[in-house]
Design a protein around this ligand. Structure first.
Ligand SMILES: [Zn+2]
Length: 61
C-alpha cells in the first residue's frame, strides 16, 4: 500500500477517517478536499499553489 495514495484533503491532509472528503477531478488526476477547504478552492485557489498542480493558473470564482 502506497501511503501517498490515501485519500486526504489537498490543503490540510486530513484523511477520510477524520473528515468527509469531496473528490476533485483535475488535470488528469483525482484529488480530495474536505468541506472546510472547499471555499479556498472556490475563492482563493492561489492558496492551493504547490498543492494542486497548476493551481496558480486557476481563476477565483
Ligand atoms: Zn482540508
Amino acid at each position: 500500500m502506497e501511503k501517498a495514495e490515501e485519500k486526504h484533503c489537498v490543503f490540510c491532509n486530513k484523511t477520510d477517517n477524520e473528515v468527509p472528503l469531496v473528490q476533485l477531478s483535475y488535470s488528469k488526476g483525482i484529488y480530495w478536499i474536505c468541506p472546510q477547504h472547499i471555499p479556498i478552492l472556490i475563492h482563493e485557489p492561489q492558496k492551493l499553489q504547490g498543492l494542486l498542480p497548476g493551481a496558480d493558473n486557476m481563476q477565483a470564482g
